[in-house]
Design a protein around this ligand. Structure first.
Ligand code: UQ1
Length: 425
């Protein structure tokens, strides 16, 4: 019989499951966008180990297009071993606990991994179980969600199943990844139903727990025009608290705590999202469960050999575009920390949300996630719906992602932005 190590070699993988690793220079927990991007850059500089139990790496920005029937799940994913940097050791296990004061973590299989430096990149996770009735609802042909690889491909079936009635879209009361996506799928639904000659029979309703349609005024103003044109009803401060799939009813709680029930023919749910439980209960987390880092240097506020990137952090915008802009900062500061030097790199707050407003239209929102000021790359008004920005979203950025980002060669469009805007931003 082959040993686990031989078996791993035999099937061409570099993962060494269950092998007890004594020590690594740099440990990265999580191989999503942040972890994999960090591994690609830092794996060249440090003896690096990355921990993640997943079989596949997903390009999550495509999930909206999967829901709209414009892409398939296979377009969004690659086997993890295909995208893993060759010089990085992958341990295909999940983290169980962190002990940052002793510089080690323990995996679910009981492997102890000691490290000199740690990068936490564990993401934010949809919790479908936190809304009573939602999990049962997702098994019916009337309820969908683009927020997981399991449910996203079913959304197009939910759209095809639509006959007549309310099509309700929700945005929860927690922080979420890609906060534009809950409305993008509403816009795609509008166009899908128009093409299917059913739009007249539908009342599209966007119910958000929040108080605004979008956090940046310039794009919010443009989006209010989009919803007006598309005759989408927007209800602010309406938080989904229960789904009753048997009678096709969704219950929302308003700011004054009163509840309102709405019947649905189609319900798209963006579930509440939380950091990984193992992170939230560790001493790395602040009160809300996110990793407590300095949002400029990405260094942990208490443990100076710990850094974090992406959706697991307490203050960074939750998009792949923000992750890209953070990667260079993370790499520079981890190197400085390893040399005992002062941390010089600072994240500038850049984030982006390509807001798909139809099957061939997109508003490319780019802004500073800390100040909510626009930070646009192109020398034209990006609040306008454009076909060119749709091509960017659908074809160009994914190519950048697979060809450059996962290889550690893309840290956002800042150089391009400076060139395009002649050095003015
Ligand atoms: C980006 O860099 C990025 O990360 C790879 C995204 O995430 C998928 C984006 O959506 C966007 C818009 C950018 C910015 C890139 C350009 C070319 C403006």
């Amino acid at each position: 019989m082959l040993s686990k190590v031989q078996l791993a070699r035999h099937i061409g993988r570099r993962c060494l499951s269950s092998e007890s690793t004594k020590h690594c220079q740099l440990l990265i927990v999580g191989a999503g966008s942040g972890g994999l991007g960090a591994a690609a850059i830092l794996g060249k500089k440090f003896k690096t180990t990355i921990l993640d139990p997943a079989d596949h790496h997903y390009y999550q920005p495509y999930f909206t297009l999967v829901g709209g029937g414009l892409k398939s799940l296979d377009d969004c994913r690659k086997p993890m071993e295909q995208v893993m940097p060759t010089n990085v050791k992958w341990i295909k296990e999940a983290v169980d606990s962190f002990d940052p004061s002793q510089n080690f973590i323990v995996t679910k299989n009981g492997t102890t991994i000691k490290y000199d430096m740690l990068v936490v990149a564990t993401g934010i996770h949809p919790d479908f179980s936190s809304i009573p009735g939602l999990e049962e609802g997702l098994k019916t042909p009337n309820v969908g969600s683009i927020y997981s690889p399991e449910t996203a491909p079913r959304m197009i079936e939910v759209l095809k199943n639509f006959k007549a009635g309310n099509a309700i879209f929700t945005f929860p009361a927690t922080q979420i990844k890609c906060p534009g996506a809950p409305q993008k799928i509403a816009y795609l639904t509008d166009e899908f139903l128009s093409k299917a000659d059913k739009r007249e029979d539908a009342k599209i309703i966007y119910n958000t727990a929040g108080g605004v349609l979008f956090g940046v005024k310039k794009y919010a103003d443009a989006l209010w025009k989009v919803v007006e044109e598309k005759e989408i009803i927007v209800n602010l401060q309406h938080n989904l608290v229960r789904v009753r799939p048997d009678i096709r009813e969704a219950v929302f709680e308003r700011a004054d705590k009163t509840r309102v029930s709405m019947s649905y023919e189609l319900l798209h749910v963006t579930p509440p999202m939380y950091p990984l439980r193992e992170v939230a209960r560790s001493s790395l987390a602040e009160a809300t469960g996110f990793v407590d880092i300095d949002k400029l240097t990405l260094q942990h506020k208490k443990f100076d050999n710990v850094f974090a990137i992406g959706d697991c952090t307490n203050g960074l915008p939750k998009t792949a575009a923000a992750v890209a802009a953070c990667l260079g900062v993370l790499a520079d500061n981890v190197v400085s920390r390893s040399r005992g030097e002062e941390l010089k790199a600072a994240y500038n707050g850049y984030t982006s949300c390509p807001l798909t407003t139809g099957f061939e239209n997109c508003i490319l929102a780019e802004f500073n996630g800390f100040t909510s000021e626009p930070m646009e790359t192109f020398p034209f008004n990006q609040a306008k719906e454009r076909r060119s920005m749709y091509v960017l979203k659908k074809d160009i950025i994914p190519a950048i992602y697979w060809k450059l980002f996962v290889k550690g060669r893309w840290t956002g469009p800042s150089t391009f932005r400076r060139l395009m805007r002649l050095g003015f931003s």
